[in-house]
Design a protein around this ligand. Structure first.
Ligand SMILES: NC(=O)c1ccc[n+]([C@@H]2O[C@H](COP(=O)([O-])OP(=O)(O)OC[C@H]3O[C@@H](n4cnc5c(N)ncnc54)[C@H](OP(=O)(O)O)[C@@H]3O)[C@@H](O)[C@H]2O)c1
Length: 251
């Protein structure tokens, strides 16, 4: 694939994300609290998380391995940031969540794998074939500012996931109103943290696949946060009125 073909494909993929964003404002993806039995066969929730999220790492490493570039220090650091997030999401997160006996539609796992296939390809192919970041990149404003934003986003994401996980005692599967930290301002700081994280990644790589990954994360997670927020308001009559869905004081 030439760089021109790759660029065209990546912009097309970003355009698809915009359509998906609009669609997800009307259709709620049926997993977690929104799980439905009308979306076909179900699989174990934890297994679903592992399969769909580990897949992106496998795809990324496949294209890095197949690529002609040698892995530079900076390319290695960028891959390391990505892998840090996805080792947590695919292995540590499913082992920690209290969702024993819960299921998710296989369709969701397969759809997420398609999303991860393209995104893993875009990042892996870019680093494996097109760009070797020089060591001087580490001192650019893009890398320094992007890395700070990435780290802040990851901290918010992990801390908020942790708060949610600890709302349940072992064996419990119901829901409570989270009250700690950024939950005072928004219903879904974990999703906010993830959006911030990938904005940081887009800045620190200053790249088209980084931008595509951010746009796709935004398109998936902002509508999901809006759905979670509506769900909380319907389920809990005493839900805090001032709390927003995902962006404090805004939305
Ligand atoms: N990059 C992407 O496109 C993408 C897409 C999806 C998710 N993610 C990430 O994956 C993580 C999980 O996403 P999610 O939307 O599934 O998060 P979530 O609905 O907030 O759930 C996270 C975990 O906490 C439990 N939980 C949530 N609210 C609770 C409450 N009020 N009381 C008790 N337990 C509660 C959930 O249990 P149940 O499963 O039983 O509801 C689940 O185990 C997030 O960090 C998100 O950023 C990323």
């Amino acid at each position: 694939m030439t760089f021109e073909q790759y660029t065209l494909f990546a912009w097309g993929w970003i355009a698809v994300a915009v359509i998906v964003f609009i669609a997800l404002l009307f259709i709620t993806a049926p997993y977690g609290r929104h799980t439905k039995t009308t979306w076909g066969p179900l699989i174990d929730n934890k297994l679903g998380w592992f399969v769909m999220e580990f897949f992106v790492l496998a795809v990324l490493f496949f294209f890095l391995y197949k690529g002609t570039n040698t892995i530079s220090l900076v390319n290695g650091i960028i891959v390391g940031f990505f892998a840090l997030h996805y080792v947590n999401r695919s292995i540590i997160f499913p082992l920690r969540i209290q969702t024993n006996g819960k299921k998710m539609p296989l369709t969701i796992t397969l759809m997420a794998m398609c999303f991860n296939l393209v995104n893993g390809f875009l990042i892996g192919y870019y680093l494996g074939e097109f760009v070797v970041y020089p060591v001087e990149w580490l001192l650019t404003p893009q890398f320094i500012i992007g890395t700070l934003i990435f780290a802040v986003g990851m901290f918010i994401n992990w801390q908020s996931d942790n708060t949610l996980i600890h709302l349940r005692k072992p064996g419990e599967t119901g829901y409570k109103i989270p009250q700690k930290g950024l939950f005072r301002y928004v219903s879904c700081p974990n999703l906010l943290g993830e959006v911030v994280e990938w904005a940081g990644f887009a800045i620190l790589t200053w790249s088209l696949p980084g931008l595509a990954f951010f746009v796709w994360t935004f398109a998936n997670l902002v509508p999901r946060a809006v759905s979670h927020h509506k769900w909380y308001q319907e389920k809990f009559p005493d839900y805090p009125k001032e709390r927003k869905a995902v962006f404090p004081f805004i939305w």
